[in-house]
Design a protein around this ligand. Structure first.
Ligand SMILES: [Mg+2]
Length: 405
């Protein structure tokens, strides 16, 4: 149990507990998204709420956070944990909050993930671990984590990453990561275990994807991945232990494949990037400049994908599904050009995805080559994200610096 530098090793959480928590969240999200679809009982606007920071949130965001926290608590038994989650139960104190909480309860019951849910328990579950997160974080940063029966366990959660995609029937992801001090990975806290559930991303049976299919991922509709038996149709489910190379890909409840090596471009062949969809989320015009510099036609982000001799059409999708697409080998690199000033990325928007890229052997830094720091809740020392196989990462880093991107 001893570790170097006076730091205890991070307490390990059974990955099946985290996978189960995130998969149950994916199930309730699918249930709600299906009901929001054409002809469904929930209209888009009727289930969209604007938070104080002007970002949209739905009842599914809260339901997903509640079921993740509840499942972690069950799986960890008496072990307390801290949670830096995106949502807060105080949302329900606003006008109309009571009806939204009731809708959460209904969704959790009807989807089967929490049949005996009630308003009091769901509200409490949304906030589970929030009050403990500060002390857990401080303890881990002080090197005190991982001892005394797991005291100092800390997670970060984005119950629905890509809510705009979720509302539009497109891609979204449930993103759960365990954080701990891990000097081998970077400064501060790092994701040392993570799950990424992408309910609308094709499952593991579809290993190869054509240009047309990849282009179609953006326009995925409400039917994708939501029909039939949830256990057999959970979309893409990935987990990784963070410091240990490898990413597991789940097929229903079975671990189907484990990937352990780096892959991808960097040898001069054409590069395919994973790119955002929402202009408000990332600076898509910089994508066009980057694609042109790589030998593309430019104009990425304007819808053209910037294809050219050195560049394949980008995969343009919402959420941390972009990381999943790179980890699955469908795209070569993840690049995030932030709109907002540097230091404003939320840790839960990247922790799981970064862990997956590391798991498959990619190098992941910020746009200036600095190591990422997930001590959170904001990534204050970082500007954007760049993740790719090592040789391609080095090449992209040079281009970004040269072009002043
Ligand atoms: Mg979210």
């Amino acid at each position: 149990m001893c570790a170097t530098g006076g730091q205890a090793e991070p307490a390990r959480v059974d990955p099946t507990v985290m996978v189960r928590a995130a998969m149950l969240a994916g199930r309730v999200c699918r249930h709600v998204q299906r009901q929001m679809g054409p002809g469904g009982p929930l209209s888009h606007e009727g289930r969209r709420v604007i938070k104080a920071d002007n970002s949209p949130v739905t009842i599914a965001d809260f339901a997903a956070q509640a079921v993740v926290n509840r499942t972690l608590a069950e799986g960890l038994g008496a072990v307390k944990f801290g949670m830096m989650g995106e949502e807060s139960g105080s949302h329900f104190d606003r006008p109309g909050g009571e009806a939204e909480l009731a809708a959460c309860v209904t969704a959790l019951r009807d989807s089967g993930v929490w049949p005996e849910a009630d308003a009091t328990a769901v509200r409490a579950a949304v906030d589970l671990g929030a009050a403990e997160s500060g002390a857990a974080r401080d303890g881990l940063l002080a090197g005190a984590g991982g001892t005394s029966g797991g005291a100092g366990l800390l997670f970060t959660l984005d119950p629905i990453d890509g809510t705009k995609g979720f509302l539009k029937g497109r891609q979204y992801a449930v993103c759960l990561a365990q954080l701990a001090a891990a000097p081998a990975l970077g400064p501060g806290l790092q994701p040392v275990g993570a799950v990424l559930v992408c309910p609308n991303l094709p499952g593991v049976r579809e290993h190869e994807a054509s240009d047309a299919e990849l282009a179609g991922l953006e326009a995925v509709t409400f039917g994708r991945g939501v029909g039939g038996d949830d256990e057999q149709d959970a979309g893409t489910v990935m987990w990784t232990a963070g410091e240990t190379p490898g990413v597991g890909v789940m097929d229903g409840s079975r671990l189907l494949a484990q990937r352990t090596g780096a892959f991808g471009a960097g040898d001069g062949r054409a590069v395919r990037l994973a790119e955002g969809v929402e202009p408000g989320h990332s600076n898509l015009s910089k994508f066009g400049v980057l694609l042109a510099a790589l030998g593309g036609a430019g104009g990425g982000g304007a819808g053209g994908g910037g294809a050219g001799p050195g560049v394949k059409p980008s995969v343009r999708i919402d959420s941390q599904c972009k990381y999943a697409v790179v980890a699955r080998g469908w795209a070569d690199a993840y690049v995030r050009f932030p709109h907002r000033p540097p230091g404003n990325e939320n840790i839960w928007d990247h922790a799981s995805g970064v862990a997956m890229l590391r798991g498959v052997g990619c190098t992941v830094t910020d746009l200036d080559g600095r190591p990422l720091d997930f001590s959170g809740p904001k990534m204050t020392g970082n500007r954007g994200i760049l993740g790719a196989p090592p040789a391609l990462h080095a090449r992209l880093l040079k281009v970004i610096a040269r072009e002043g991107l």
